[in-house]
Write a protein that binds this ligand. Structure first.
Ligand code: DAH
Length: 338
């Protein structure tokens, strides 16, 4: 009996050393100390022994049981630690290594809007904000567009249940700006505008404009042209030639369409400029005296110019984009180019 017990220590030690994972150690425990385990069997057999033998074997096997339990605990801890180390090794990341994720980029509209703002701020313009949900008077009436004026139809309006509207242009910020400022002043007002019209390659129901307004003494068309040239040279990063054609807008007199010399062919005529050598870029003009007076400005002393830059159009020209719908799309092949 004593020999068997001694032998068992050897077997136990070998089995336990062979355990590779905590589950193996548990199997060894069951094999020796479980209900039908080898050591348990020995203890069960003690009833056949003489009292003296029983005492001796009992003490031996109890000591062995304690020893096994201690060894099991030690081994289980070792194996457990090994598991953690293995897990850590598997999860190890070199955080100094460049990540596989691609970086996001600013939307092309945002890139150019920021640039336009920088250019105007460098010329001393203030940047104003206005609400997208507007009063009819600010969007139309005070801009010299009376209720029956056909210009209202030209800008298909989204009317709201509360009697207000989604601004069809950023020009209402002219009204707000005049009422909140004392001349002289100059500001731009970038923002979203809405038109209830069918979407195609050059029309969107939601797009961006940057309104501009300068009111001072002795303001002339020359100031307008100079400011626009400064803007366009900054955006296109080269000298840009401009020309003015007459254009009608109720809030300016005279009103103009500002064209730029075609950036593709340099004015010789190509398919982009439809052989004309020029591209229509933005409407502008000298602020109509009625509009100035609606804004509380003394037209004896002050005059001004204004412009309404279509941001999408500018971005499309800058990057040679031919479909306005790409801006609202989700095609990453488009966006990652900027
Ligand atoms: N608000 C006009 C539109 O969206 C654009 C415009 C034209 C703005 C002439 C101006 C301007 O400030 O002077 O159709």
């Amino acid at each position: 009996m004593k020999k068997r017990i001694e032998k068992m220590r050897g077997e136990f030690t070998v089995a336990l050393q062979a355990a590779a994972v905590p589950e193996d150690a548990e199997k060894v425990r069951v094999a020796f100390l479980g209900k039908k385990g080898a050591l348990t069997e020995v203890l069960k057999g003690m009833k056949d022994l003489t009292p003296d033998e029983r005492r001796e074997v009992g003490a031996l096997s109890n000591a062995l049981k304690d020893e096994f339990e201690r060894m099991l605990a030690t081994r289980a801890a070792e194996l457990g630690r090994g598991e953690i180390e293995k897990k850590l090794a598997a999860e190890w990341e070199d955080i100094s290594w460049p990540s596989g994720l691609s970086r996001g980029a600013a939307h092309p509209i945002a890139v150019i809007r920021r640039r336009v703002k920088e250019i105007f701020v460098s010329m001393g313009f203030e940047v104003l904000d206005g609400p997208e949900m507007e009063e009819e008077v600010n969007n139309f009436d005070k801009l010299n567009i009376p209720p029956d004026h056909p210009a209202r139809d030209a800008q298909d309006t989204f009317w709201l249940d509360n009697g207000m509207l989604l601004r069809t242009h950023t020009s209402p910020v002219q009204v707000r700006g005049m009422l909140s400022h004392t001349p002289p002043f100059k500001f731009i007002a970038p923002g979203k505008v809405y038109r209830n019209e069918a979407v195609d390659a050059s029309h969107e129901h939601t797009f961006h404009q940057i309104e501009g307004m300068v009111v001072d003494r002795n303001i002339s068309v020359a100031h307008l042209i100079y400011s626009m040239k400064t803007l366009l040279t900054g955006i296109f990063e080269k000298e840009v030639e401009v020309r003015l054609r007459p254009g009608f807008f109720p809030f300016v007199e005279p009103g103009f369409e500002l064209d730029i010399k075609c950036l593709i062919c340099g004015g010789k005529g190509c398919s982009v400029c439809k052989q004309s050598g020029w591209l229509e870029l933005m409407p502008c003009g000298m602020v109509h005296p009625v509009v100035l007076r609606n804004g509380g400005i003394d037209t004896e002393e002050f005059s001004g110019f204004a412009f309404g830059l279509g941001l999408e159009r500018l971005v499309m020209m800058k990057y040679g984009i031919d479909d306005i719908r790409l801006f609202h799309g989700a095609d990453l092949r488009f966006f990652t180019q900027f």
